[in-house]
Design a protein around this ligand. Structure first.
Ligand code: XCC
Length: 655
C-alpha cells in the first residue's frame, strides 16, 4: 500500500532561529501575529526532497522520474545503480548540474541581452530616455569588439565620433548572442595563460545562446552520457555567462547609467518612511528601475505625493535591483532576497515593482493582505494571481511607463491601513566599488606604491582576496553564514569583495564602512583600510557584476608580482547561502577561471561521489580552480584561508 505524502499542518518558524537580523525577526513575529505566512514558515513546514538534494533524481523523460539514492553506508564495490535507460548516477548528477548552469547562464545572459538591445536603440537614436552617460567606458571596451576608436584624417589620428563607436559596439555586442564564427570577443580580456587553458580544454564559448541551447540538447534523454563531457559543456556555458552575458551586461549598464563610484547610503527595512510614499523596486534589470528613479525624483511626482498627503517619495530596493540603484544613485536597499515579503508586511509599501528573477510568487498573497500594489513589468515574468497589476515596460517609452507606475504608487498612499509598522533598524554603508575605483582608492594603480593592492598582498598586510557573493536560502539562518564568513576572513586580513544579496547583508550588518576595519579586521588589513579610507568589505554591485570581480582579478594579475594567472592569486570565492541556478553558473565560471570556490549549505552531488570528486579535485588540474562545499561558516572561511596560504607559499610570499 503506497502512502501519498500527507499534507502537513502549517508550522510557524521561530524568528530567532530564522534570522540573525533584528528587523527580520521583528517582521516575522508581526507576520505570524497577523496570520500571514512567509517563506520562513514554509521552510519549517516543508522539508526538501532527500534524493533531489543528492542530485540523483532524473526527470528528463517520462519513464522516470528515476531515483538512485546512495545505498546505506555508501557504494561498496561496483556501483550498479541505474535508471530505466541505464543512466548512471554520474550521468544524472552531471546532467542536473549543467542544467542548473544553463538556467543561471540564461538568466544572466538574457538580462545582458536586454541591456545590449536597449543600447542598440540608444545608438540608433530610437529612444531619448536612455543616453551614453560614460563615454570613457564605451571607448575602453570598443577595441574588444573590434571597433576602432580613432580615425585617420590626412595622416593624423583623430578621435572617432562617439555615436559611430556606440553603433559599432552595440551591433557587435548584440551579435555575441548568436554569431556563427569564432569565439566570444571578451575572452581576450582574460590573462593569456587562462585563455590557453580554455583552448586546451576545448571550452571557449562560440556564442552565448549556443552554449546554453547545447546544454539542453546534450541533457535530453539519450544524448550525452559521459559525465566528463557533460561537465565540459557546463564549464563552456558558464564562461559564456561570466565573460559574456554578464560582463557585457555590466559594461553596457555602466555606459548607459554611469560607472559606479563609492557613495554613502543606508540599508535595511528601516529605510522605509511612514510619512512618505514607499516604492520598492525588486528584481534585476536596471533598465526599468533607472527610469523609476528619474520619475520618483521628478517635481511632478513629488508634488503629487504632497497632494496625496505624503511628505515625499521614498524609493528603495530588494535583491539585485537594489544593488544596481545603490551603486549608481545611493538609493538604499530595503532588504535581501528573504526580506521581500517582510517589506510588504510593514504595511507601508505603497507599490512593489518587480521585473525578473528572485521574485516570490507568494508576494501576491502577502500584498492581498495590505493595500500594496504589486506591479509586474516584464513580458516574460507575470503572475497568475488576480490582484497583480501588469504594466509592461517598453524601453522606447521608458519614462512614460515609469511615470505611470510611480503615479499609481503615489495615489495608493491614501489607501494605507492603520497598521503601519516599520522596524526601526537601518545602517550606514559605503557602496559602489568597481575595478576603476579600487584602483583609484588604492594608490591609483594596482602596483608600485605603499598604497597599492598588489604591494600590500606581497608584503603581507593583506593576506589575500575573497569574493563572497550570492543569495540567501531559507534552509539556512538568514545572513548568519554571510556575516560569520566575512568577519572571519577580514579578521584574518583577507579583503572581501562582495555582490548580490551577500553585499546587502554585509551592508545591513555594518561591514561596509571604513569604521568596520578597526572593529573587525586583523592588524594588516586594518592598517591598509585606515590609511586609504576604504571599508574592508567592498560592495561591487549586483550578481551580473561578479564580472567586475573577474576583471579586478585580471588587473591584479596583469599588474604583476603575483604570478601570471588568476589561479596563482592568493584568492578564493564563496557563496555561503546560495539557492539559485544563477549561483551555480557563477560558481562554475569562477572555478573555470581558476578560483577555488566554496559553497555553503549543500550541493546536489552527494549521490554521485565520482562527479563530486571531478568537480572538487580534477577541475583544479584543468582550470586551476575547483569546487568545494562547507556548511559550517567558520570552517568554510578557514578552507578559503588555507587555500590563500597555499597560494602565498607557491608565490614565495608566505613569510
Ligand atoms: Fe537572487 Fe541577484 Fe541570489 Fe540575491 S544573490 S537571491 S540570485 S538577487 Ni544574486
Amino acid at each position: 500500500e503506497t502512502k501519498v505524502s500527507a499534507v502537513k499542518a502549517p508550522q510557524q518558524a521561530d524568528p530567532m532561529e530564522a534570522s540573525i537580523e533584528v528587523s527580520t525577526q521583528e517582521m516575522i513575529r508581526r507576520a505570524q501575529k497577523l496570520q500571514i505566512e512567509t517563506v520562513f514558515d514554509r521552510a519549517v513546514t516543508m522539508k526538501p526532497c532527500a534524493i533531489g538534494m543528492q542530485g540523483i533524481c532524473c526527470k528528463n523523460c517520462a519513464m522516470g522520474p528515476c531515483r538512485l539514492p546512495l545505498p546505506k553506508g555508501g557504494v561498496q564495490g561496483d556501483d550498479t545503480r541505474k535508471g530505466l535507460c541505464g543512466a548512471t548516477p554520474n550521468t544524472i548528477a552531471a546532467r542536473n548540474w549543467i542544467r542548473m548552469i544553463a538556467g543561471g547562464a540564461a538568466a544572466h545572459s538574457d538580462h545582458g541581452r536586454g541591456v545590449a538591445l536597449t543600447f542598440l536603440s540608444v545608438a540608433r537614436k530610437e529612444t531619448k530616455d536612455y543616453t551614453i552617460k560614460d563615454p570613457a567606458k564605451l571607448i575602453s571596451i570598443a577595441p574588444y569588439f573590434g571597433v576602432a576608436t580613432t580615425v585617420e584624417v590626412d595622416g593624423k589620428k583623430l578621435d572617432r565620433d562617439i555615436d559611430e563607436i556606440a553603433l559599432g559596439v552595440a551591433e557587435a555586442a548584440v551579435a555575441e548572442w548568436g554569431k556563427t564564427d569564432g569565439f566570444l570577443s571578451y575572452l581576450k580580456r582574460a590573462p593569456q595563460p587562462l585563455q590557453d587553458k580554455w583552448e586546451k580544454q576545448g571550452v571557449k564559448p562560440r556564442n552565448i545562446d549556443r552554449e546554453i541551447v547545447e546544454i539542453m540538447h546534450r541533457t535530453h534523454m539519450g544524448v550525452d552520457q559521459d559525465y566528463k563531457n557533460l561537465l565540459k559543456q557546463g564549464a563552456r556555458a558558464s564562461i559564456a555567462d561570466g565573460w559574456g552575458g554578464s560582463m557585457i551586461g555590466t559594461d553596457l549598464q555602466d555606459v548607459m547609467f554611469g560607472t559606479p563610484a563609492p557613495l554613502q547610503a543606508e540599508a535595511n527595512l528601516g529605510v522605509m518612511k511612514a510619512d512618505h510614499v514607499n516604492i520598492i523596486v525588486h528584481g534585476h534589470e536596471p533598465l526599468l528601475s533607472e527610469m523609476i528613479v528619474a520619475a520618483a525624483q521628478s517635481q511632478e511626482m513629488i508634488d503629487l505625493a504632497k497632494q496625496n498627503g505624503a511628505k515625499g517619495i521614498q524609493l528603495s530596493g530588494i535583491c539585485c535591483t537594489a544593488n544596481e540603484l545603490l551603486q549608481r544613485h545611493g538609493i538604499p536597499p530595503a532588504g535581501t532576497f528573504l526580506q521581500q515579503e517582510l517589506a510588504i508586511i510593514t504595511g507601508a509599501c505603497d507599490a512593489m515593482v518587480v521585473d525578473v528573477q528572485c521574485i516570490f510568487q507568494n508576494l501576491a498573497n502577502v500584498a492581498k493582505c495590505f493595500h500594496t500594489k504589486l506591479i509586474t513589468t516584464h513580458p516574460i515574468a507575470r503572475m497568475e494571481q488576480e490582484n497583480v497589476i501588469h504594466i509592461e515596460f517598453d524601453e522606447h517609452y521608458a519614462m512614460q511607463d515609469a511615470m505611470r507606475i510611480v503615479k499609481m504608487a503615489v495615489e495608493n498612499f491614501q489607501n494605507r491601513g492603520a497598521e503601519v509598522m516599520i522596524p526601526q533598524h537601518k545602517t550606514t554603508q559605503i557602496a559602489g566599488f568597481g575595478v576603476e575605483s579600487i584602483q583609484y582608492h588604492l594608490g591609483g594603480s594596482f602596483r608600485g606604491s605603499y598604497y597599492t593592492l598588489n604591494d600590500n598582498i606581497i608584503n603581507g598586510r593583506i593576506r589575500g582576496i575573497a569574493g563572497v557573493v550570492g543569495c540567501n536560502n531559507a534552509r539556512t539562518k538568514h545572513n548568519e553564514e554571510h556575516i560569520t564568513i566575512i568577519k572571519e576572513l577580514i579578521k584574518n586580513d583577507v579583503i572581501v569583495l562582495t555582490t548580490g544579496c551577500s553585499a546587502i547583508a554585509a551592508g545591513i550588518h555594518g561591514l561596509l564602512t571604513p569604521g568596520a576595519a578597526a572593529v573587525h579586521c586583523g592588524p594588516g588589513l586594518a592598517e591598509v583600510c585606515e590609511t586609504v579610507g576604504i571599508p574592508p568589505v567592498l560592495h561591487l554591485g549586483s550578481c551580473v557584476d561578479n564580472s567586475r570581480i573577474l576583471l579586478a582579478a585580471t588587473e591584479v594579475v596583469k599588474a604583476g608580482g603575483l604570478g601570471n594567472d588568476i589561479c596563482d592569486l592568493p584568492a578564493a570565492g564563496s557563496a555561503p547561502e546560495w539557492m539559485s541556478e544563477k549561483a551555480i553558473s557563477i560558481g562554475q565560471y569562477f572555478v573555470s577561471s581558476g578560483v577555488y570556490t566554496v559553497f555553503g549549505y549543500s550541493l546536489p552531488l552527494e549521490g554521485a561521489p565520482v562527479v563530486k570528486d571531478y568537480l572538487y579535485k580534477t577541475m583544479e588540474d584543468m582550470y586551476g580552480g575547483m569546487w568545494d562545499c562547507e556548511a559550517d561558516p567558520v570552517k568554510h572561511a578557514h578552507k578559503m584561508i588555507a587555500h590563500i596560504d597555499k597560494k602565498r607559499k607557491a608565490l614565495g610570499i608566505d613569510k
